[in-house]
Design a protein around this ligand. Structure first.
Ligand code: ADP
Length: 426
């Protein structure tokens, strides 16, 4: 090997090493703009040119605009549009092929307005398409090979390699813009939904309160033989109130508006109060209701109203899904670090395929047996968020045809209470 060939080989290896080094540092960069600027600097350096730029199709798809330029060209060229016809970049974009023009004066494709705007004199251009999965996203070009030299095959390979890096960056950026747009859309939809729920539940609550108040008053005033009808009105209005409360509770939690006003509460008291509110239904269905809350007072740091909502949704289900004459057992006990509350029934049970889903919003077990019970499929999802707001856990075990066991744990350690970040809404 003569000394000239040896020095060319060394230079070639040095350029490849430099390209590798640049590729490595480029792949570490995340922001699009600094990335593209490093890329055009690398293109200038590695091809031995005076400057480089990146162009992309503008929104209308009719013209190209500069996406990355050396700083001294940014001001004059930021508004310049390059047409698809009669420009080298336009030709490269439309044909998806590189163009190597050693003398632009002799090539009709050169678009002279850019030089006029920047005051720069272009002598030669090498441009490659930026292609991602068959789609041409833009063009990377270098101009004026120094010392009037000609572009080489190696220059073209290096530029194409840099263009493939640019392609990934541009594609990632397009994806990020799309993701951001759908996040924005979702946020807007969530806001509209929350506004709607807040307005609707507020507007519904007032007339409903009046219906309930007057119906309860009339129930006492009318003849006993008409009371059954009035009971239906009161019960239905109560049901509507529960639905509105459930939706509003769920929405509050989702918006992060729910907070736990924690103080020391007795779980025994909560159990007693919840059970009191079910006496009529239990009697009407001739259910046997047994409780065991032990001897000691079971104290947790929490919000009694929210724990009562969680428990009463579970008891309501036990009453609803247990056949007349059936049994319900409610227990509360202390285990290390927690108070454990269980609602056990020997009702219809839950099929194994449905069990993993019953805490999801609006989930109901589809079956001719349960369809007649109504409900919205919100009760257990509300219980779950109420328990998780306290840093607790809730789960269910069930055997179809035999009964169900719903349990929740609440931490007794006050430090764990009120951690809304642990609320998972499915
Ligand atoms: P809903 O308000 O409609 O009762 P929930 O979220 O409280 O909704 O419960 C979801 C579904 O889980 C119910 O529709 C029912 O099919 C089932 N389920 C809940 N609790 C029980 C239970 N104790 N026994 C049998 N099925 C139950």
């Amino acid at each position: 090997m003569d000394s000239e060939t040896a020095s060319a080989a060394t230079k070639h290896i040095q350029r490849l090493e430099r390209l590798l080094e640049i590729n490595r540092s480029l792949s570490a960069s995340l922001e699009l703009e600094p990335f593209l600027h490093s890329l055009i600097s690398a293109a200038t350096e590695l091809t031995g040119c005076e400057l480089a730029s990146i162009l992309e199709l503008d929104e209308g798809g009719e013209e190209l605009r500069f996406l990355a330029l050396p700083w001294f060209h940014q001001e004059p060229l930021k508004m310049v549009k390059v047409p698809l016809q009669n420009s080298v970049a336009g030709w490269v974009l439309q044909n998806g092929q590189p163009a190597v023009i050693q003398d632009v004066a002799a090539d009709p494709r050169h678009f002279k307005d850019v030089d006029q705007a920047s005051g720069f004199g272009t002598r030669s251009i090498m441009a490659v398409p930026i292609i991602y999965q068959g789609e041409t996203l833009g063009v990377l070009e270098v101009v004026n090979k120094t010392e009037q030299a000609h572009y080489t095959e190696e220059d073209l390979t290096i530029l194409a390699s840099l263009a493939s890096q640019a392609a990934i960056a541009l594609q990632n950026n397009h994806l990020m813009i799309k993701v951001q747009q759908s996040v924005d859309q979702r946020t807007e939809l969530d806001r509209m939904k929350s506004d709607f729920i807040a307005i609707a539940s507020h507007e519904l609550r007032t007339p409903l309160g009046l219906i309930l108040g007057h119906a309860t008053f009339l129930r006492e005033a009318i003849q006993p033989d008409q009371r059954a009808q009035m009971d239906i009105i009161v019960r239905s209005a109560m049901r509507l109130k529960e639905i509105i409360d459930s939706i509003a509770n769920m929405d509050n939690v989702q918006r992060g508006m729910a907070s736990v006003r924690a103080h020391s509460i007795s779980i025994k008291r909560v159990v007693e109060e919840v059970l009191d509110s079910f006496q009529l239904e239990v009697k009407a269905k001739r259910l046997s209701l047994r409780t065991d809350t032990g001897q000691e007072d079971l104290l947790v740091e929490g919000d009694p109203a929210k724990i009562a909502i969680a428990l009463s949704n579970m008891v309501k289900n036990a009453v609803t899904f247990t056949n007349p004459g059936g049994h319900i057992f409610i227990s509360a006990e202390s285990i290390p670090g927690y108070v454990k509350v269980s609602v056990i029934d020997d009702g219809i049970g839950i099929p194994p395929k449905d069990l993993p889903h019953i805490f999801e919003r609006f989930y109901q077990v589809e079956s001719h047996l349960t369809r007649k019970h109504g409900g919205m499929g919100l009760g257990l999802s509300v219980s779950k968020v109420m328990v998780e707001l306290h840093g607790g856990r809730i789960w269910a075990e069930s055997v179809e045809g035999k009964g169900s066991n719903f349990t929740f744990l609440l931490p007794t350690n006050s430090g764990q209470a009120g951690t809304p970040s642990r609320v998972f809404i499915s």
